[in-house]
Design a protein around this ligand. Structure first.
Ligand SMILES: Cc1cc2nc3c(=O)[nH]c(=O)nc-3n(C[C@H](O)[C@H](O)[C@H](O)COP(=O)(O)OP(=O)(O)OC[C@H]3O[C@@H](n4cnc5c(N)ncnc54)[C@H](O)[C@@H]3O)c2cc1C
Length: 419
């Protein structure tokens, strides 16, 4: 594989570009399906940095008991969302913080056990060849496979539909040692939208706080969604202002996180031979920024679709089945609806976002759970959006109407419901 390729690749082979969570989960799943799999990434073994969080129930069935012990760093029995109207809204849904190193090690262990090969290199161009495709790396080497998947996060090698660039979630976080703090140890503070900030008229942000023990906490000032990333200096200043307002010093820093990633934006076109997976393929939830659980959940079915396509008709059929699985019509409609919500969210200020989340969490629990997990069926999503519309304050309704371009937006709901 690690030479200039002129020959056809093995008919049951896959090359995964990227060694992030999506790439490794898919590589292991494809190898499990019996494919000869190679992962190509610039520094495949480099440690990951993001600190990942997820609803515990979303991880059910994705890891063995042994892996779970390695992957889950901390579990909270419930989550909490705070607004001025409801400063302590407890959501009875367990939330977990993942061990970044543990997750990476668990996915590599799966890859190793399944015989995945690893090459260090940066894919810069993908070309069709008889029997599949080949990717040229930055050093001029070519690597061929029947199926190639872009799981590079940014997904620069994929062709996309036209459309705006989507939005950005940005955050600045500190893992702190403290003498004490005000947060209950059994609750993850998912969002505190109260704004004890001097610049309350500025772009809206919230506090995310994960108390690890009575003397250790991870706190993060987060811009949920905005056209561009907020400057880290602004997020840091707000976080420090919040902590100081709570009488908490920030001088014993264990670690720091700077986070900015794209959400939403145009999906890849489906009539291309290069497949995509993870953030590269538009799988980041356009309104919440969560992605990890979905790519872990989809890795197995996606690998099965690729293998079945290879067996049934070869590389072209594998690409078709892969894209059809990943962006099946129900999911595309769902994503379009989330995109509406995402656009509306970007138009709201701090106090309007407080009203938005008061209404959102006033929805029946199964609705907000499934909306956040991205698992609502089309009719359920349509009725959830209508219920939300009825509950929402007028500023939110106006923003939703503008995001959906008025009547057009409302016509979208019956289409979503499959009418
Ligand atoms: C700081 C941060 C915190 C996040 N927190 C959460 C969270 O709590 N929960 C959640 O669900 N989501 C979260 N996300 C969003 C999302 O889940 C992550 O971005 C996740 O890492 C995306 O996984 P991925 O494998 O698709 O891409 P990435 O993790 O970005 O991995 C991409 C891989 O591709 C490689 N690569 C890049 N270019 C090339 C190339 N040209 N050729 C070959 N390889 C290449 C990279 O080296 C890397 O190995 C967070 C994102 C960030 C940045």
């Amino acid at each position: 594989m690690n030479t200039i390729c002129t020959q056809s690749p093995p008919p049951r082979s896959a090359l995964i570009l990227g060694a992030g969570p999506a790439g490794l989960a898919l590589a292991a799943a494809c190898a499990h399906e019996g494919l000869a799999v190679t992962v190509l990434a610039p520094a495949p073994m480099a440690p990951w940095h993001p600190s990942f969080g997820a609803w515990e129930d979303e991880l059910h069935g994705l890891f063995s008991a042994e892996e779970l012990g390695q992957v889950i760093a901390h579990r909270w029995a419930a989550a909490c969302v705070a607004t001025p109207a409801q400063p302590r809204r407890r959501l009875e849904r367990p939330y977990v913080r993942l061990s970044t190193g543990g997750l990476q090690a668990a996915l590599w262990a799966r890859c190793e056990a399944a015989g995945v090969q690893v090459i260090a290199g940066e894919g810069v161009q993908v070309q069709p060849i008889p029997g599949g495709q080949r990717v040229l790396d930055a050093a001029g080497q070519a690597h061929a496979a029947a199926v190639i998947v872009d799981a590079t996060g940014a997904g620069a090698l994929l062709r996309r539909r036209s459309g705006g660039p989507g939005a950005v979630q940005s955050a600045y976080g500190l893992q702190l040692e403290l003498d004490g703090h005000p947060w209950p140890l059994d609750e993850a503070l998912l969002m505190d939208w109260r704004a004890p900030l001097a610049d309350a008229e500025g772009p809206p942000t919230f506090l995310y706080a994960m108390p690890v023990s009575a003397t250790e906490v991870f706190v993060e000032e987060t811009s949920l969604i905005a056209p561009v990333a907020l400057p880290f200096a602004l997020l840091r200043a707000r976080l420090l202002a919040r902590l100081s307002g709570l009488g908490l010093p920030a001088d014993r820093v264990i670690s720091e996180e700077r986070c900015a990633f794209r959400m939403g934006g145009p999906l890849p076109v489906r009539d291309q031979a290069l497949l995509g997976f993870g953030a590269a393929a538009g799988m980041v939830h356009p309104a919440t920024g969560y992605q990890l659980s979905r790519s872990l959940r989809e890795a197995g079915p996606m690998a099965a679709a690729i293998r079945a396509g290879l067996d049934a008709g070869g590389p072209v059929e594998a690409a078709r089945r892969g894209w059809d699985h990943l962006w099946r019509p129900a999911l595309r409609a769902q994503w379009a609806a989330y995109g509406l919500g995402a656009e509306a969210l970007q138009r709201l200020g701090q106090s309007e976002l407080q009203g938005f989340f008061d209404a959102f969490f006033a929805l029946p629990e199964p609705d907000w759970r499934a909306f956040m997990s991205g698992t609502l069926s089309r009719p359920a999503l349509a009725s959830t959006l209508l219920r939300f519309f009825a509950l929402a304050p007028s500023a939110t309704r106006r923003a939703l109407m503008r995001a959906g371009q008025g009547v057009e937006g409302l016509l979208f709901l019956p289409r979503l419901a499959g009418a």
